[in-house]
Design a protein around this ligand. Structure first.
Ligand code: FNR
Length: 188
């Protein structure tokens, strides 16, 4: 059966380069035979994690929804921005909320045994590559299986066109190979 791949980015803004890159990778995954869903974290606003909120009113509804969506997929294509050399607060906050345990649910249900392909996009030369070891460490710590390959797309504002296509051929083929490999693993 077709592996289910969830595509999302660690940025909220509408014109996010990381959303565009994630979508481009998602199209390659679809072409490689996956069932692909795009998730926009902006559709699931969350408060900054606060244990007092959790104690008083439990895990927010949007975090529960995200948990279910992640749990229903076999793998993720995730593009993370780099903020000051690390993971974006948006992405870390979402991971933190979704990682909170629910009674009667298997541990780390949303993350356990999910295959993950990591990407980053930045207008800078390095493409946000410094965020990726951090994202990798966090997700592998909660049960994800991280693809060793990754793509950090530099000058992403110049090499992603208005239709969201990657115009740099070498970069596009690296994204394609990453997506194809993810689909092969997630299908097992
Ligand atoms: C940035 N940006 C950035 N870029 C980068 O390559 N390395 C970095 O360390 C940072 N740091 C950083 C900090 C903060 C607070 C902001 C707001 C931005 C620039 C960043 O890559 C750029 O804004 C991207 O466009 C953000 O990703 P999205 O929203 O386009 O997906």
């Amino acid at each position: 059966s077709k592996p289910k791949i969830l595509v999302f980015a660690g940025s909220l803004r509408k014109d996010s380069l990381n959303k565009k890159l994630a979508r481009a990778a998602g199209r390659y995954a679809e072409a490689a035979g996956a069932e692909v869903t795009f998730l926009d974290l902006a559709d699931y606003p969350l408060p900054i994690y606060d244990g007092d909120i959790e104690s008083a009113s439990g895990i927010p509804e949007n975090a529960l929804k995200l948990k279910q969506i992640l749990a229903a997929h076999d793998g993720f294509i995730l593009s993370s921005p780099e903020y000051n050399g690390g993971i974006s607060g948006v992405l870390k906050n979402a991971i933190d909320w979704v990682s909170r345990p629910l009674e009667g649910e298997p541990s780390m249900a949303a993350f356990k045994d999910k295959w993950v392909a990591l990407l980053a996009a930045s207008p800078g030369a390095l493409g946000g590559i410094r965020a990726l070891p951090m994202v990798r460490t966090i997700l592998s710590g909660i049960g994800c299986m991280m693809m060793p390959e990754q793509v950090a797309l530099g000058q992403a504002n110049k090499v992603i066109d208005a239709d969201g296509a990657i115009t740099d051929e070498a970069a596009a083929s690296r994204v394609q190979r990453l997506s194809e490999r993810l689909v092969r693993f997630a299908a097992k």
